[in-house]
Ligand binder design. Structure first.
Ligand SMILES: Nc1ncnc2c1ncn2[C@@H]1O[C@H](COP(=O)(O)OP(=O)(O)OP(=O)(O)O)[C@@H](O)[C@H]1O
Length: 933
C-alpha cells in the first residue's frame, strides 16, 4: 500500500476505484494500477478502453476532476497548481513513487492532447452510469480480500452470493455501445485482409518462439486423435495427486484412495501440467492446434473440469498470465507474419450458453437477451448459428477489443467454491479464410481499384469494423458480409478455431439461482459425457450407434467437431485438494473416454475452376514446348546416350505426353462442369422435360449419357493408373523430392475430385431424370396397350365393323395426367357419377375413347351403348387427347415432308385399306394418306 500515492493523471485507460465496495467513477493513473496488488484489481473493458477496478483500502479525495488517493494517514494533499515542465511522454513514465501531484489544469491539458473528445465524453457517460447504478453487481464479485485460490468443494467458506448475475454486470448496459457504427455486410473483404506486411511486430512480440517450433517433435495438431492434457491447479494445502509431468502421467496418492488395498491407478495422457505459468500450457496444448486452424483445419480447444479447478485461468488467464485465448490470438498474427505467401480474412464471434440459451456476447445486452442465438442445421453435420455477430479483425488490438467486450458480458457469479465462477459455457470463435497472395496482375481483372502495391490491405492496426449479422457453421460461409473469394486460380481455405471455456460441474450450492444454473450446467456436461462415451464406443467397436448430440445446446453446437471434422485439444483441469478427489476422478474418466474419439479433420478448400483451366492450359503449352524440344534434340542426343539412359529418356517423354493428355481431358471436364451450371436446357432440368420426345430419342439420350459416364470412368481410371504408375520413392530419397512427389499427388487427387464432381454435376441428375422419364414412358406404353386391348375387345364384340389389327393401331400419345384422368374429368363435367347405373360396360366406362357416330357401321352402337348417346359439345373435346372427332373425315390433311397426313373417310385410316376406326390425338399419330402434290 505504500506505493499508493496522491496523484494521477489520465492516460488512455479509465480506472475505477472501488473503496469499501462502493464505486466511484474517477480517472486515475496507470501508475496507481501498477501500485495496486494484483489480487486487488480486476478489469473490464468498454469500447476499447480498459477500466480497472481497484479495491483499495485507502482514502480518496476529489478536487474538481482530480482524484487523490492515499494510503498514508493524515490529510490528503490538494493538487498543486499545474506548471508543465516535461513533455507528456516523460510524465506518463514517472515512477509510481513520484510525489508530483497533477492539477485539474494539467489534467485538462493532457486530456486535450491525448484523447481529445473520447475521454471527456466517456467520462461524463461513465459518471452518469455509475451514479445511476451505484453498486454494479459485478463489483461485488470481486472480493479481493479473498485468497487467490478458492477453497475446494466440501469446505464452503463464502456466504451466499447476491442474486442472479447480470451478464457479469461488469459494464452496465448503458455502457455498452448501443449499436454497431459500421455495417460489415458492406465491407469489401479485399479491404480487410491481413498478411505478413500488415501485422505489427508489436502485436506478436514474445510469441515468435522459433526455437520451440524447431524443437517440437510431436505435433498433436496433426493427429486424428483428441489431444488430452491434465492441468493440476497449484495448492497451498496438501495435494491428493502425484503428477509425473515427464512421464505424462499422474496417480492418486494412496493416502487418499478409498481402499488402501487396491493400488492407485496411474493415468496417462498426452501431457500432465502443473504450476501457474500459462505460456508452457499454450505451447504444449494449444499452439499446434492454432497452427492447424491457420492451415485450414477446424480446431477446437476446450477446458473441462469441476468448478474452481482453473478452466478460466487456463483459457483467459489474467493480466500477468494471459491464457490460451489471448496467446492463440497472438499466435494467429505471428503465423500470418511468418507466412508471406498467403493473405487472411479473420472474423470473430463470442457467445455463451447460459441455462440452455445461447447469447451473443458481442451484441448489445438488450438485443442479445431478446434474440437468443439459434442453432440451425446446415449441410451434412454442419450447423449455422443465427443471429450471431461476427466482427472482422485486422489486428491483435481489434481481437483484444472483441475479447474484452465479450468477457465483459459473460455471466459470472460468486459461488460457494469460486469467487468468479463462470455460470455459462463460453465459446470464442475465429473464422479464418485465407488464400495465396496474388501477383497483382490477376487482381486487375476484378475491377477493384488497387493500391500501388497491387494489393488490398488495410492500414496498420486497423480497428474492428463492426458486427456481422450471422455466422457460418464450421468451415462454411452462408451469410452476407465479407467472405473471401477464390481468385485468379487461388483457392480459398476456410476453417474455424473455437476456444471454449466450459462451466464447471458442481454440487448443489446454498444459493437457489446458483443451484438452478448448476442444474443446467451439470445436465449439459452429462450430455457431453454421454456423447463422448458413445463416440468413443463407436470408434472402438466400429459401431454406428446414435449419438445424442441434440440433447443439449453444447453438444449440438459441438456436433461438427465432435463428429470428427476438427483437430481437438482438451485440457482437463483438476483441483488437487483431497476434498475434491471424487470430482477429479470423474474428470479423469472423462479425459480417458475422450481420448478414444476418432477424428478425421479435412481441409476445406474452394477452387476457382476458370483459373484452374487457365493454369492447365498454360501447363499444356509449356509441356508441349518441352516435348517438341526434346523430340528435336533426340536424334543427336540419343547417339550419345547409353541404352539405359535412352530408356529413361523415352520414359520421360512418355510421361510428358501422358500429362498433356491428362490435362487436356481435365480441361474438357472442367468446362463441362461450368457449362452445365449455366445451361438450363439440359435434360437435367426438371422443368424442361420434353414430353414430346419419343422413347427412341430418350433411349438415344440415355445412351449418350451412359457413354459420357463411361468416358469419365475411363478418365478416372487413367488418372488412377497414372497415380499408381509413379515410381516408388526410395527411403533415402531427399526430403525435397518426397515433398515434391507429395505435392504432385495432392494435385492429382484434387484433379480426380474435380473429375468426379464433374461427373456428378453433369450426368448424375440428368440420368436420374432420364430414368424417371423412361418409367413414365413405360407407363404410357402400358396405357396404350390397354387401349389397344380395349379396342380389340370392342371389336370382338362385333360393334366396330371390320376389326383393326392391333399392331397397326397407332394411338396418340396422351397428355400428362393420363387418358383415364381426362375421361374422368369429362364425365365429371357432364355430371355423370362414376357409378352411373346406365353404364353397363365397365371397360367402356374406363375408356376415354369416343367413336365417330356418323359412320354407317357405327350407327347401331347408339342402341347398344348409352355412353354413345351423350350429347357432347364439340368445344369441350378440344383439349382432350386420344379422342375421335365427329366428322373425322373433315379433318384437313396436313402436309409433311411432301406427304399428306390426316384421316381419311370414316373406316379408312389414312393409307390403310382395312377401314375401321382411327384413334388420334396428336400429330405423331397421323399416318400418310397418300402422296399428293
Ligand atoms: N494454475 C493456476 N495458478 C494459479 N491460480 C490458479 C490456477 N488455476 C486456477 N487458479 C485460480 O483459482 C481460482 C479459480 O479458477 P477459475 O476461475 O479459473 O476456475 P474455473 O474452473 O473456471 O471455475 P468455474 O467453473 O467456477 O468458472 C481463480 O482465482 C484462479 O486465479
Amino acid at each position: 500500500m505504500s506505493t499508493l500515492l496522491n496523484y494521477y493523471f489520465p492516460v488512455n485507460d479509465l480506472f475505477l476505484v472501488n473503496k469499501t465496495r462502493r464505486s466511484h467513477g474517477y480517472f486515475c493513473t496507470r501508475q496507481l494500477q501498477k501500485g495496486c496488488p494484483m489480487e486487488r484489481r480486476s478489469s473490464m473493458y468498454y469500447s476499447g478502453m480498459k477500466i480497472t477496478v481497484l479495491n483499495l483500502d485507502c482514502r480518496i479525495a476529489v478536487y474538481n476532476e482530480t482524484m487523490v488517493v492515499s494510503s498514508t494517514p493524515g490529510k490528503l494533499p490538494r493538487p498543486a497548481p499545474f506548471t508543465p515542465k516535461r513533455p507528456l511522454s516523460a510524465m506518463s513514465s514517472r515512477a509510481s513513487t513520484s510525489s508530483n501531484a497533477t492539477t485539474p489544469a494539467d489534467l485538462d491539458a493532457r486530456l486535450a492532447r491525448t484523447t481529445p473528445n473520447l475521454l471527456s465524453s466517456t467520462h461524463k457517460r461513465y459518471k452518469a452510469t455509475i451514479s445511476a447504478e451505484s453498486r454494479p453487481r459485478s463489483f461485488t464479485k470481486t472480493n479481493m480480500n479473498k485468497p487467490a485460490l478458492a477453497p475446494v468443494p466440501g469446505t464452503p467458506t463464502r456466504p451466499r452470493t447476491p442474486g442472479t448475475p447480470n451478464r457479469n454486470g461488469a459494464v452496465s448496459p448503458s455502457l455498452m455501445p448501443a449499436a454497431s457504427e459500421m455495417d460489415v455486410s458492406n465491407i469489401d473483404p479485399e479491404e480487410v485482409l491481413v498478411d505478413y506486411q500488415t501485422v505489427e511486430a508489436g502485436d506478436i512480440s514474445g510469441e515468435l518462439d522459433e526455437a520451440w517450433l524447431r524443437a517440437a517433435t510431436h505435433d498433436h495438431g496433426k493427429e486424428d486423435k483428441v489431444m488430452v492434457s491434465i492441468r493440476i491447479r497449484p495448492t497451498e494445502g496438501p495435494s491428493a495427486w502425484v503428477p509425473h509431468p515427464s512421464a505424462n502421467s499422474l496417480k492418486l496418492d494412496p493416502a487418499y484412495a478409498k481402499t488402501s488395498s487396491t493400488p492407485a491407478q496411474t493415468f496417462n495422457f498426452d501431457a500432465v501440467l502443473t504450476g501457474t505459468p500459462n505460456k508452457p500450457i499454450y505451447s504444449t496444448v494449444a499452439r499446434s492446434h492454432v497452427h492447424a486452424a491457420m492451415e485450414g483445419f477446424n480446431a477446437v480447444i476446450f477446458a473441462y473440469g469441476q468448478t474452481a479447478s482453473g478452466k478460466t485461468f487456463t483459457l483467459s488467464g489474467d493480466d500477468t498470465e494471459p491464457g490460451i485465448i489471448p496467446r492463440a490470438m497472438k499466435g494467429v498474427f505471428a503465423f500470418i507474419r511468418r507466412t508471406p505467401e498467403r493473405e487472411y480474412l479473420l472474423r470473430c464471434s463470442y457467445l455463451e450458453i447460459y441455462n440452455e440459451t445461447i447469447h451473443d456476447l458481442l451484441a448489445p445486452p438488450t438485443s442479445a437477451a431478446k434474440n437468443p442465438v439459434q442453432i440451425q442445421g446446415g449441410v451434412g453435420n454442419e450447423i449455422i448459428l443465427a443471429p450471431l455477430r461476427e466482427e472482422v479483425v485486422t489486428s491483435l488490438k481489434g481481437v483484444k477489443e472483441v475479447l474484452r467486450r465479450g468477457e465483459g458480458n459473460r455471466r459470472t457469479a460468486c459461488t460457494d467454491w469460486n469467487q468468479r465462477s463462470s455460470r455459462s459455457h463460453s465459446v470464442f470463435r475465429m473464422v479464418i479464410e485465407s488464400r495465396e497472395r496474388g501477383s497483382g496482375a490477376e487482381d486487375d481483372d476484378d475491377d477493384v481499384p488497387l493500391p500501388s502495391n497491387g494489393r488490398h490491405t488495410p492500414g496498420h492496426g486497423r480497428n474492428t469494423p463492426g458486427p456481422r449479422s450471422q455466422t457460418p457453421g464450421p468451415g462454411r460461409s452462408q451469410t452476407p458480409g465479407p467472405v473471401l473469394q477464390a481468385r485468379g486460380g487461388r483457392s480459398v481455405q476456410t476453417s474455424v478455431l473455437s476456444l471454449i471455456d466450459l462451466a464447471g460441474s458442481e454440487k448443489a450450492t446454498s444459493d437457489k439461482d446458483r443451484t438452478r444454473e448448476g442444474k443446467y450446467i451439470n445436465t449439459s456436461l452429462l450430455t457431453l459425457g454421454t456423447v463422448i462415451g458413445t463416440l468413443a464406443d463407436n470408434a472402438a467397436k466400429h459401431k454406428n450407434d446414435h449419438v445424442p448430440y441434440r440433447n443439449s445446446k453444447l453438444t449440438r453446437m459441438l456436433q461438427p467437431s465432435l463428429s470428427g471434422n476438427a483437430r481437438i485439444s482438451v485440457i482437463c483441469t483438476i483441483n488437487p485438494d483431497p476434498g475434491a478427489v471424487s470430482e477429479s476422478m470423474s474428470t479423469l474418466l472423462f479425459a480417458k473416454r475422450i481420448k478414444n474419439v476418432q477424428l478425421h479433420a479435412q481441409k476445406k478448400e474452394v477452387v476457382d475452376t476458370d483459373a484452374l483451366i487457365e493454369r492447365y492450359r498454360k501447363e499444356i503449352e509449356e509441356l508441349k514446348k518441352r516435348l517438341a524440344q526434346r523430340e528435336a534434340e533426340a536424334p543427336v542426343r540419343n547417339r550419345r546416350l547409353s541404352a539405359r539412359e535412352q530408356v529413361d529418356e523415352s520414359k520421360a517423354m512418355k510421361d510428358l505426353n501422358t500429362r498433356i493428355q491428362q490435362l487436356t481431358k481435365l480441361i474438357l471436364t472442367s468446362q463441362t462442369v461450368d457449362e452445365s451450371k449455366g445451361d438450363e436446357s439440359r435434360p437435367g432440368s426438371p422443368v424442361k422435360i420434353d414430353f414430346d420426345m419419343s422413347p427412341y430419342q430418350l433411349q438415344q439420350e440415355l445412351l449418350s449419357a451412359r457413354l459420357q459416364i463411361e468416358s469419365q470412368s475411363t478418365q478416372i481410371l487413367s488418372l488412377e493408373a497414372a497415380l499408381d504408375a509413379r515410381p516408388p520413392l526410395s527411403a533415402d530419397a531427399p526430403e525435397s523430392e518426397k515433398d515434391r512427389l507429395i505435392q504432385e499427388q495432392a494435385k492429382t487427387i484434387k484433379e480426380l475430385e474435380i473429375v468426379v464432381r464433374g461427373y456428378e454435376d453433369n450426368l448424375g441428375e440428368p440420368l436420374r431424370q432420364l430414368e424417371k422419364e423412361k418409367k413414365m414412358r413405360m407407363t404410357l406404353e402400358e396405357e396404350r396397350r390397354a387401349l389397344a386391348a380395349f379396342v380389340t375387345k370392342f371389336d370382338s364384340l362385333g360393334l366396330g365393323g371390320s376389326p383393326v389389327a392391333p399392331p397397326k393401331l397407332r394411338p396418340p400419345m396422351p397428355t400428362a395426367g393420363g387418358a383415364a384422368a381426362a375421361y374422368a374429368e369429362r364425365r365429371a363435367g357432364l355430371g355423370l357419377a362414376s357409378n352411373d347405373s346406365t353404364n353397363t360396360l365397365p371397360s367402356v366406362i374406363e375408356s376415354p375413347i369416343r367413336i365417330d357416330m356418323t359412320g354407317n357401321g357405327m350407327s347401331k352402337l347408339k342402341s347398344h351403348h348409352p355412353l354413345m348417346l351423350e350429347e357432347m359439345p364439340e368445344e369441350e373435346w378440344a383439349d382432350v387427347s386420344f379422342e375421335m372427332h365427329e366428322g373425322a373425315s373433315e379433318v384437313p390433311p396436313e402436309k409433311r415432308d411432301g406427304k399428306m397426313f390426316g384421316v381419311g373417310p370414316l373406316g379408312t385410316v389414312a393409307g390403310k385399306k382395312d377401314g375401321g376406326r382411327a384413334v388420334f390425338g396428336d400429330k405423331d399419330n397421323l399416318v400418310p394418306v397418300g402422296v399428293k402434290a
